[in-house]
Ligand binder design. Sequence first.
Ligand code: THU
Length: 163
Amino acid sequence: MGMEECEIIHDNRPFDKRRLIRSALDAREYAYAPYSHFTVGAALLTADGEIFTGVNIENASYGAANCAERTAIFKAVSEGRKCFKAIAIAGGDEKGKPLTYAYPCGICRQVMSEFCDDSFVILAARDEDDYVEMKLSELLPYGFKLCSLSSENGFDGRNGNED
Ligand code: THU
């Protein structure tokens, strides 16, 4: 399971948004975007205060591209972290300035919903002082969820959206 294991998922204490945004901006340097030339950096803050960065990684087979947000989330989950407080995203044309607001794509919103509840803060940033702050419920209303796929866990066929 994802966020169900988080003990402090409703931790709404403030965090350093400028630092998280700076990490996303810096991460952009490692984006691999030879096809779109749109480079994206993401910085994911865990409940323990760690930051996992990610970049978009494109592929000659275009559909194999991975977004910066998912790279950061998958890095963190693959190292045992599943409780997240916030993510900052910074994206724009490789050569162009200023940056645009890079809002998460639909697949990334779905991946966020696997691990994050509505206390999760999403920052689409152009710089440390210019960002849009969002919640998952704004970006993914009526998102798809499964309670559990395991009958051992008492899965009753409901998908968690009925209530
Ligand atoms: N991209 C991201 O990495 N994150 C977003 O929020 C939007 C889009 C990437 C995917 C692709 O490599 C490039 O930006 C252009 O779509």
